[in-house]
Design a protein around this ligand. Sequence first.
Ligand code: MG
Length: 262
Amino acid sequence: MFSTGLTRFTRSVAIASVAVGLSLIAAPAAHGSVVRVDPGAKAAGKPIWGTSQHLPPMMGTADYEAGPQNSQAIEDYYTTGQARRDQSAVVRRARSWITEWVADNCGGAPASCAATVVFDVDDTLLSGYPYYEGTGFTWNSGSWDAYVQSCQSPAIEPSRELFRSLKRKGFVVILLTGRSEAERSSTADCLRQRGISGWDRLIMQSPAQESLSSAMYKAQERAQLERSGLRIVASIGDQVSDMSRGHLKAGFLMPNLMYFIS
Ligand SMILES: [Mg+2]
């Protein structure tokens, strides 16, 4: 997942950004509320909805990982149920927004207008928390590959349920991930093991795309989907780079305190 970003990790940026982030983690009133968030020009004028956990780092331009110095606060967020409540809140907002958009633009019949929803994979449909919790919230390619190959990621249930419900209603559902083509079979197998199947396409990063930022790679792929006639109603991911640079109607930002990918 960090195949394009690892070399750009700047630890000093990571520490500074997460230190700001933790002050928000300590503000319980902000938990569970979904708000219109503003990552600046990179949103390309499209609405993005999310929880406050993303507010400090989403303005960032450099990738980071949280690192062991913040382990306790991050573990508390994920193990007390707060992460799940925030994930559920974002998914609820996405569900109602998508339903409303299709009612207004497609007479409530998504298949009639090629209405499409794009999902990211890691920390959107499949959780990387067990991996990061075990590494002190640091990433390396060897241990991550083993984690992917052995399918240790649990499903993130609220987004899995949204995926299934959109499929039933006739939406085109696309998975767009920074995982590499080399991980296609292990990724597809793991998604199916977790009860996620029937996607219309699983788009993975080709070797030629590894020099692109995640934001650029994903926006280019959405543009290509639009050229093929699909209407991208929403993109759901845990990173602003899952929904920046346009080619969608709205973005829905799942919480992720563990790392940031530009
Ligand atoms: Mg992700």
